[in-house]
Design a protein around this ligand. Structure first.
Ligand code: KIV
Length: 271
């Protein structure tokens, strides 16, 4: 039986065992109870309550506006649905940068109020103090390197990161640094596949890729993107498993038509 199959609940230790056994880790985002229930039932290892909720739930252009209170609301809804998956919650922009005490206070609020199992934060060496302080409180930390959307105004574009030698070397150094600090896993977003492979081979902790090629320890996608609920976003790394935008629009159109033509409700749909 697989390590996932044997585990009653997915923990950070189970993920480590999966990496050591070469068993790939499947991670998806979720932000609400109903979809998180399906994701958990479909045996996804890790559910990320990502700050991408800012885009797909609230319609903001970037991840910057979402607040800690809003992240806790989404995380609580997800935790209420989950039986087995590990639930990781993004520390939102402004809740940790440049202040490790604030980072710890934000993480404690997430863990205490939502019941989540771990937090994720963007950044390398510059977030060392926060990572250390959060870990010292017994809260597992997942790192996030490469394309870090909370720094979009520093980079200016959502293009592929670490294509130049200097940035690739920094990313490799940051990955080793996060491992040394005690992070239990690292997300690598939108970087060359060769570099992601190198990172995954040089650290012992699981490396989860999004737009980072196949040679990492697991993959993550934004749920609304892979289900085709969002339909105007076409990055090369995105595989769409459904086109729910079209299906849902069609179903709603049928309902509207049935109401307007007085087909709904019929004699079996009334009291
Ligand atoms: O917020 C998010 O959904 C993420 C993933 C893209 C990794 O950070």
């Amino acid at each position: 039986m697989s390590i996932h199959g044997k585990a009653r609940r997915i923990t950070t230790h189970v993920l480590q065992e999966m990496k050591e056994a070469g068993e790939k880790i499947a991670m998806l985002t979720a932000y609400d109870y109903s979809l998180a229930k399906i994701v958990d039932d479909a045996s996804v290892d890790v559910i990320l309550v990502g700050d991408s909720a800012s885009n797909v739930m609230a319609g903001h252009e970037t991840t910057l506006p979402i607040t800690l209170d809003q992240m806790i609301y989404h995380a609580t809804s997800v935790v209420n649905a989950v039986n087995k998956s590990l639930v990781v919650v993004d520390l939102p922009f402004g809740s940790y940068q440049g202040n490790s005490r604030k980072a710890l206070a934000s993480s404690i609020r997430i863990m205490k109020e939502s019941g989540a199992h771990a937090i994720k934060m963007e950044g390398g060496k510059e977030v060392s103090d926060s990572v250390e302080r959060i870990l010292s409180a017994g809260i597992p930390v997942m790192g996030h390197l490469g394309l870090t959307p909370q720094s979009i105004y520093k980079f200016g574009t959502y293009s592929v990161r670490a294509t130049k030698e200097e940035e690739a070397a920094r990313l490799m150094k940051d990955s080793r640094h996060l491992e040394k600090l005690g992070c239990f896993a690292i997300v690598l977003e939108k970087i060359p596949a060769d570099l992601a492979k190198e990172v995954s081979e040089s650290v012992k902790i699981p490396v989860i890729g999004i737009g980072a090629g196949p040679d990492v320890d697991g993959q993550v996608l934004v749920l609304h993107d892979m289900l085709g609920i969002t339909h105007q976003f076409h990055p090369r790394f995105l595989r769409r498993y459904l086109n729910l935008y079209d299906d849902i629009k069609q179903a709603i159109g049928n309902y509207v038509n049935d109401v307007r033509t007085k087909d709904f409700p019929n004699e079996n749909e009334q009291y």
